[in-house]
Every structure is written in structure tokens, then in C-alpha cells.
Design a protein around this ligand. Structure first.
Ligand SMILES: NC(=O)c1ccc[n+]([C@@H]2O[C@H](COP(=O)([O-])OP(=O)(O)OC[C@H]3O[C@@H](n4cnc5c(N)ncnc54)[C@H](O)[C@@H]3O)[C@@H](O)[C@H]2O)c1
Length: 365
């Protein structure tokens, strides 16, 4: 009797990360903790961060020149966590070099740039994914289970928002320059809430947007925080909005209200998603502290009686889950199914919101 040859374990994927600000550090930690991955290279402009994270995770390749990293490090996967205007050139370059790409949100400054990234992924036959880590929160995954159970019935309206008490990313960094960020609070944090709400609602297409934008804090130097370490230019003008509101029409007749603000006169940071369905409503809400308890509340009726349910939240997944999801897409062997199209749809909605705010009129998608 012949015994089957022992199967050798698959070679770990060779991973790289470009950008070592807060976002890049989450990707580094996620890859370093995954035994199926070897974190072989990192790239950033800050030598001290290359040394710190290189030493902490024993990363052999440390590059200030990201193109050199792509050329030399023989990567299977790369995370891009750099200022938003760099996502497009970096992603396209990596995809053309045969590397699967996970880029930070927002995908790009415009829908047009995002579309070029999707086209590059399709041409290269590689995965292009975007890190929407907030939808990996335990309350969001549990609320999705509630929606999918059908208990809320047809969802026809939702409200979502992220309002910070004081959270404009470092004034004068790339975040507050229009060319490098593509936009302000809606582009930066509103996109997480838009992603979450559409994901929870079952991905209805957005058909029209009516939005407005305001900048009442940033231009006065108010509402600043410490986020964003790179591309700092002292005294640079504040070129983006610090508050945006949008009314979105959805296919099938539903609507979604979205508000996002980097700074506002409220007691503390507030994030929420509220869903209204034909058979029930549900909400999740949290403040700025990541340690805040996760709470989901569902209102419906049982046997004709009003009922309030409080399903338990799952474990938080966040960046680790976003990276794991990306690696699963790479492992699926179906890059065509994961070409960044969903994130492109998000980018087009944000584009429509800015166009609407500029025109002072509803814009169709
Ligand atoms: N998903 C989230 O929760 C989350 C949170 C924060 C930021 N982000 C996103 O992550 C991205 C980065 O944000 P951040 O706050 O970490 O920014 P940051 O300014 O703090 O850090 C940017 C990093 O990119 C590096 N970089 C810039 N230009 C480079 C170049 N030419 N070559 C190599 N490295 C370069 C910088 O050296 C720095 O390490 C943005 O797109 C942002 O929207 C996402």
C-alpha cells in the first residue's frame, strides 16, 4: 500500500505596507499577527518609524522609496496607508507589478481616480480591496445578522452619522488640503458611515444625492486634533469642509440621511446608524471611546405586543478583520470578483454629494 505524499504547507504570503501613520500601523500589526503571512517590507518617509516597526516585527525590508520596495521585495500583497492622493498611483503601480492591493479608505480623491484603479485591477487580474474596518465592529456585524434574519422587514429609511466634538485631522496636514485629500469630513469619516449603512441595508444603489458642506471651524483654526503626521505645511489654508450633510435617494424608493463633521458643539463624539423597516427598527450608537460598550436595540412587535430586543454584539474585528478579509479574497483565486467595484460605488456617491453641494441642487448618479 502506498501512502500519499505529505502535503507541504502553503508558502506564507509576502506582505508589505506603505505608510506608517496610525492607519499603516494597524495593517502592520494585522500582518505581523497572521501566521499565514510574512511581513517582509515596509515603506514610509519617517526613518524613525521604519526603524521602530521594522525592529518590533523583524521586518527585513525598510524603504523610504516605495517604488524600490515594489521592485525588490517580491510581494504578494501590499497595504497602502498613505495620504489619499497617493492611493491611486501606488495601487496602479503595485497592481501592474502583479501585487494584490489593500488600500485605506477613502479609495481615492475622486470616483474617476477610483475607476482607474478598478480598471488596473481588472487588467492585472489581481485583487483590489479597500479597508472599511468600521463595518467589522461587533455591533455592526450583529446588526447585519438582525437585518439578514428579516425581522426588520423591508428597510426603506436610514440615518447615519459621525460627529466629532473636536477632531479635525492636524490642521495644515494633507487631510485639510483639497488636492491631497479630495474632501473633508465626508470623505474622511462620512465614508465609513455611508459604507456601513449601505452594507446594512443590503447594498441598494444610490440614485441621487442632495448635499451641503460647511467650514466654520477649520478656517478659524478651531477644532483641530493630532491625526495625520505627514505632508504638514504650517499655516496652509483650510480647503475642505468640516461638516457635510447629505440626503441620498436609493433604488427602490428608500432614502438615507448622512451627516459627518470633524468638529461640532456637542458634548462628545457621536456615531450612529438607525434603520427603519416595515416590520421593525434598529439602532447602534457609540461615542468616541473605542472601549464604549457595544449596544444594539431593535424595536418590533411579537404576537401583537410591542417588543424591544437587545441582541448581543459580536467581537470587534476592525483592521485585523479587514486585512483577513482581503487575504481571503486573495486566496479565493477569483480576483475578478474583488476588483474594488464596491468601493468605487462609494467614491461615486461622495463625488455626487460634493457636486450637489457645489451646485446647490440634487445630483443624479
Ligand atoms: N480606516 C481607518 O480607520 C483610517 C484611520 C486613519 C486614516 N485612514 C486612512 O489612511 C490613510 C493614511 O492616513 P494616516 O492618518 O495614517 O496618515 P498620516 O499622514 O498619519 O501617515 C501617512 C504615512 O504615509 C507615508 N507616506 C506619505 N508619502 C509617502 C511616500 N511618497 N512614500 C512612502 N510613504 C509615504 C508617511 O510617511 C506616513 O508614514 C488615509 O487615506 C486615511 O484616510 C484610515
Amino acid at each position: 500500500m502506498t501512502s500519499a505524499a505529505p502535503q507541504s504547507a502553503p508558502r506564507p504570503l509576502r506582505a508589505g505596507v506603505i505608510g506608517l501613520g496610525w492607519a499603516g500601523q494597524q495593517h502592520v500589526a494585522a500582518y505581523a499577527a497572521d501566521p499565514a503571512v510574512e511581513l517582509v517590507a515596509i515603506s514610509a518617509m519617517e526613518e524613525h518609524l521604519l526603524a521602530q516597526f521594522g525592529d518590533e516585527h523583524d521586518v527585513p525590508g525598510r524603504y523610504q522609496d516605495w517604488k524600490q520596495m515594489i521592485a525588490e521585495a517580491e510581494l504578494d500583497v501590499v497595504s497602502i496607508a498613505t495620504p489619499t492622493f497617493l492611493h491611486e498611483p501606488m495601487a496602479i503601480h503595485a497592481l501592474e507589478a502583479g501585487v494584490n492591493v489593500l488600500t485605506e479608505k477613502p479609495m481615492a480623491q475622486t470616483g474617476e481616480a477610483a475607476a482607474r484603479m478598478v480598471a488596473a485591477a481588472q487588467k492585472a487580474g489581481k485583487v483590489l480591496d479597500v479597508s472599511f474596518n468600521h463595518r467589522q465592529r461587533g455591533d455592526v456585524t450583529a446588526l447585519k445578522d438582525v437585518v439578514d434574519s428579516g425581522v426588520l422587514g423591508k428597510l426603506y429609511y436610514a440615518k447615519t452619522g459621525w460627529i466629532r466634538r473636536q477632531g479635525i485631522p492636524g490642521l495644515g496636514t494633507w487631510f485639510t488640503k483639497a488636492e491631497s485629500s479630495g474632501g473633508g469630513a465626508m470623505m474622511d469619516i462620512g465614508i465609513h458611515m455611508l459604507d456601513m449603512a449601505l452594507h446594512l441595508m443590503g447594498e441598494p444603489a444610490v440614485t441621487a444625492a442632495s448635499a451641503s458642506t460647511h467650514a466654520e471651524f477649520g478656517p478659524l483654526g478651531r477644532g483641530g486634533s493630532g491625526f495625520g503626521i505627514s505632508q504638514v505645511e504650517d499655516g496652509a489654508p483650510f480647503e475642505v469642509e468640516d461638516l457635510a450633510t447629505a440626503f441620498l435617494r436609493l433604488e427602490g424608493g428608500g432614502t438615507l440621511l448622512l451627516e459627518s463633521s470633524w468638529a461640532q458643539w456637542i458634548p462628545h463624539d457621536l456615531c450612529y446608524v438607525t434603520l427603519y423597516g416595515a416590520d421593525g427598527g434598529a439602532t447602534i450608537e457609540w461615542g468616541g471611546d473605542p472601549a464604549d460598550p457595544r449596544k444594539i436595540t431593535v424595536w418590533t412587535e411579537v404576537a401583537g405586543f410591542p417588543a424591544e430586543l437587545t441582541p448581543a454584539a459580536g467581537e470587534d474585528g476592525r483592521h485585523a478583520a479587514a486585512v483577513a478579509g482581503f487575504l481571503q479574497k486573495v486566496a479565493s483565486g477569483e480576483p475578478g470578483a474583488h476588483d474594488g467595484s464596491l468601493a468605487l460605488r462609494r467614491a461615486r456617491v461622495i463625488d455626487a454629494c460634493y457636486a450637489s453641494a457645489k451646485a446647490g441642487a440634487e445630483v443624479s448618479l
